[in-house]
Design a protein around this ligand. Structure first.
Ligand SMILES: NC(=O)c1ccc[n+]([C@@H]2O[C@H](COP(=O)([O-])OP(=O)(O)OC[C@H]3O[C@@H](n4cnc5c(N)ncnc54)[C@H](O)[C@@H]3O)[C@@H](O)[C@H]2O)c1
Length: 339
């Protein structure tokens, strides 16, 4: 049975959400979903620039946010945000991506590991406030598809991360388990794959989103990735994150997410169907991701009910429409296409 039956309007009314990394891609969509249903989320980020939130929210919706400038690597910043705002649920999305962790492992560990520990420590110190933590793990905790026999990777398969980023995420999952065992702090780690949608501007798997943007403005673009990929529409990811936050399932849960599992050629074909001007202009080259891409997500479905799964064509269309709107308003930033 879906856990939604255990979360009623009462639970929602009491909830005070702190979203770390809320000015980032998935964080901003999580904020958007919370605001659209009437919540007043607390937005925590080290970045002063709110451009993703401004792309997704109206000025009046922006006014419903409480903006906190803070650094997850500083325990005092995290604790102050929790205590001063009576936070009941932390949605921890702040993090550095694969290339940054590879280029600067010490910084990567500070933000991705110590930053996550700071969230758990603040929850441990303020059990009277914090009821649950949701944190972003990643499919990067897994190894390449050949490790798993090139078929759907089952729940519980061995974690074999091939990047420091993946190792840091695996470490966070282990820490969450121990914080539940030793201190009873319930949590859920979500493992997205290649998330796409408006606001996806950095990271290895940002290519498909940049390709949609390039197609909208009629520019050529090359995605630096081939092979299989699990493309997850960001609105689905955000909704799953919120559902995890509101779940009352005890323990330290970890959920692998699953979107549209496709080959890159299928993505290109779908893009050309949705935006015919992309034909012959958008290409893909380079190596496949060194991470499996076809995962079983039955643990999520068992605990939380059927997951939102926007079909790829629909996700491309919605992304195209938002990019079109931003273009017509003179607000479409195309600088990310150069990277
Ligand atoms: N986007 C994906 O496809 C994907 C896939 C798997 C996992 N994830 C994970 O999901 C989370 C969110 O990803 P995203 O794509 O939104 O990333 P993003 O880079 O768009 O956003 C991350 C946000 O974290 C903030 N941040 C960085 N360091 C911080 C610090 N020290 N203190 C406070 N805030 C800080 C950044 O300013 C940024 O706004 C990350 O943990 C990422 O590893 C993302």
């Amino acid at each position: 049975m879906p856990i939604m039956s255990e979360t009623g309007p009462e639970a929602k009314e009491e909830a005070r959400f702190l979203i770390t990394g809320a000015k980032g891609f998935i964080g901003a969509w999580t904020v958007k979903n919370l605001v659209e249903r009437g919540d007043h989320p607390y937005v925590f980020d080290v970045d002063l620039d709110s451009h993703r939130l401004e792309m997704l929210l109206s000025p009046s919706q922006m006014e419903r946010l409480s903006l906190i400038v803070g650094d997850v690597t500083r325990y005092e910043d995290v604790e102050r945000a929790v205590v001063e705002n009576g936070i009941s649920h932390v949605i921890h999305m702040a993090g550095l991506q694969v290339p940054t962790c590879a280029a600067n492992p010490l910084l990567g560990a500070q933000v991705n590991v110590i930053g996550t520990l700071n969230i758990f420590e603040a929850a441990r110190a303020h059990r009277e406030l914090v009821k649950r933590i949701v944190f972003a793990s990643s499919q990067a905790v897994f190894g390449p598809e050949e490790f798993y026999g090139a078929k759907t990777v089952p729940e519980g398969a061995a974690l074999l991360p091939g990047t420091l980023y993946g190792v840091f995420k695996q470490c966070n999952e282990g820490c969450a388990r121990v914080y539940f065992k030793d201190h009873g702090i319930p949590s859920a780690g979500v493992r997205p794959g290649a998330v796409y949608g408006v606001g996806r501007e950095i990271g290895i798997t940002s290519g498909p989103t940049k390709a949609i943007k390039a197609a909208v403005i009629g520019r050529p673009y090359t995605i630096r990735l081939t092979g299989g990929v699990d493309l997850q529409y960001v609105n689905d990811t955000a909704q799953i994150v919120i559902r995890c936050a509101e779940s009352k399932i005890p323990g330290a849960k970890v959920y692998t997410l699953r979107g549209s599992v496709v080959r890159m050629e299928e993505f290109l074909a779908e893009l050309e169907r949705e935006i015919p001007a992309a034909k012959g202009r958008i290409r893909a080259e380079g190596n496949p991701l060194p991470i499996a891409f076809d995962f079983d997500d039955s643990a999520l479905v068992k605990d939380l009910g059927e997951a939102p799964r926007t079909p790829l064509a629909h996700g491309i269309r919605e992304t195209r429409e938002i990019f079109h709107r931003l273009l017509s308003q003179g607000k479409l930033d195309t600088r990310d296409l150069e990277t």
